[in-house]
Design a protein around this ligand. Sequence first.
Ligand SMILES: Nc1ncnc2c1ncn2[C@@H]1O[C@H](COP(=O)(O)OP(=O)(O)OP(=O)(O)O)[C@@H](O)[C@H]1O
Length: 332
Amino acid sequence: MTDTPFLQATAISKTYPGERVAGVKRTDLAIQPQKITAIIGESGSGKSTLLRLLYGLLSPDEGSIHFKGERIWGPEEKLIPGHDAMKMVTQDTDGLNVYAKVWDNIAVLMPNTDVGAKEERATQVLKQLNILHLADKQAFFLSGGEKQRVAIARALITRPEVLLLDEPFNQVDTSFREGLQQDIRQVVHDTGLTVIMVSHDPAEVLSMADELIVLKEGQIIEMGHPKKLYQNPQNLYTAKLLTNCNVLAADEAKHCGINTRAAHVVIYPEWAAPTGSWTRKNWTVKQVLFKGSYEDLLVAKDGITLRLLNDEPGKYNVGDKVHIKINRFMEF
Ligand SMILES: Nc1ncnc2c1ncn2[C@@H]1O[C@H](COP(=O)(O)OP(=O)(O)OP(=O)(O)O)[C@@H](O)[C@H]1O
């Protein structure tokens, strides 16, 4: 056993030429091996910049990045940018040869020195990504989700230690997305791959990540297990990124029976429930959004609107008067 960190950034900063504001500012970070780390943050917070720095596609202006104790060199120092033990997949699948079959798109990346090993590995990766049945299909005829699976298979065929994913599921529709997320989790579990992914989608990072990094204005403001960050965020920013929560100013919170000295009160939709059986029904149902197994209810009182989760679809209609029971809130 050695104590050498797997992938570590120390006080890295990066400002793009001609820009006044840094893309990434004095950031320290240690990535855990064989886990999925997700980077989340609002648009422009530096997620892609951080990912590209970790891969060596960009050089930090200050600080350094080490992979298993060895310095990662950026494009100024290295002829072919990007670390050899890592592969990056973005939402852009332009690297595919659309005139070639799926099999050839993948196998072409293996050396021809041992044809048996090449076939075996290509088959294994196609199976891992659940696309073996597409092996003979021309890439041109694949759906967006299938193309993304091929792109990930291409990245994995040479057995990288780290897979970097920059919003790779953006073009993939929801039903395919979940399958692909599960398959990536399975690859991590089976092979010990380390994944670092950037995403805008709270549902995706909460279900996929072992570790979550929250970026704001180029700096990490919070990190930890997704469940911990969801249930007890230390920042209003994190809560707003992870859920479509109700944020009330202190004077608005009073109308919900909450007296606070904090600037804001946050109520997650699942922390408040309508009850129809109470006498003080002073909230009005303004909208009912059917979501299948539950409904989003918008209820209003005194000019305040709350979004609630109702797990008994059909129980409330627009115009109904309800009482609201708030079970939990957070102060920021
Ligand atoms: N090539 C570039 N040249 C100049 N500025 C850039 C460049 N790339 C990014 N930036 C700036 O750096 C900051 C961080 O950008 P970055 O793309 O890393 O953010 P992000 O969180 O990935 O955003 P998004 O979610 O919108 O993709 C932004 O202010 C952005 O405008």
